[in-house]
Design a protein around this ligand. Sequence first.
Ligand SMILES: [Zn+2]
Length: 432
Amino acid sequence: MSDTELHAHLYGSLLLDDLYYLYSRNKPRWSIFTESFKKSYFSDPDLSGLFEKSDHSRKRLEKYYYYLSSGNFSRFQTSFDLVIALSSTEPEELQEILKRVSGRMKGYSELRMLFSPFDPPEAFSEKVGALCEAIASENRVRPLDAPLKLAVSLNREEGLYQSRYGILKHLQSVNPSVKKELTAIDFCAKEEGFPPSEKYSFVQNVLKENEAFPESSLAVLYHVGESFSDKSVESASRWVLESALMGCHRLGHGIALGIDPSLYSGRNIKEHKKERISHIEFLFQYECELKDFGYSLNLDELQAERNTIEKMPEDEVIIHYDDKTVEKTRIFQNWAMEKIKKTDSVIEVCPTSNQRIANIKVHDLPLWRFIENDLDLVIGSDDPGILKISLEDEFVLIQNELKKKNLDEKILEGFVKNAEKSISEKLSKRLI
Ligand SMILES: [Zn+2]
């Protein structure tokens, strides 16, 4: 079994006892949790004596924190918001949390950390420095082949990710721990409204800097195609493809690329006009390739559709999933997978997270189509604390399903090997 963890969020790896630690040192910002709870569950959480040392209170805290059922992204976020409400992410807290999580990570592990967009540059610098120094100190006592590494998650908002990347590169030049332990940047949190194409020139710039300064290169990790409530499956799978084509090293989840479109049969999906037009332009661009792959497309019809959409007073178009749309979507996904195979991008699959957060049944996980299409995959646990799972559990889940599907269990060994060659330092060519 693999113990190389390439997709885990530091604060999503906390256990209940860590929440008691956070409560003992910080003044909770309860409104973050209560507002989120109300939005997701349409009621108020019972906070009275929540941290009292009684079985009753502990059980209530467990219920609020661990996300064990299948629901939706908003309910999962409510569990995460409990952590946010309790934490301060001050340097001392980060160092203690890192130490606790390190004790649970058996093998080589890359941990992701998203800082508040409201942290001023000095606070952000201080926190990243403290975290990297804590990692360096843990690595001195961890086995040599199982170090921890950091991926700083950047906010997707224009302006913020560029300035924070600039700060990270500066920190790498002045702080040896940051230079060594920070091995990737990541984009996470809300995807809707942030097309990857907007990050094209930024990613090219990172890749250029990696080439110029390989000793401090950073892999680009990108959560994409995980949440796509505002667009069609086809547009969302295009986002995954575009992320691979622009050179992102690892893609988080990519559910849209592999989800069975027949799960949408009979449904109407709303898509923003701008998105549909972007998709039409993309279809124009790849007309020949798509046609060769068996995707039926008529340029005149598409042009007419575009003209109609541009004149429409409404902001959204409605896409109806009839049999034809389902089949076209499937062909588009298969074509996109073929193209991704020709890039160096690796897809990070987190089965339990996909099951619970994206509400997908085990036999419908995109993983099976990724396997069928022979994509480069690694397995991650995403938020092992909140989801109350381990990386090993993820492998057991896949193994059981492989047995049911009569598929070769050797696939698991492939995941292990892939993980070893897909660590950030290798993908960004820091280690050659
Ligand atoms: Zn994630």
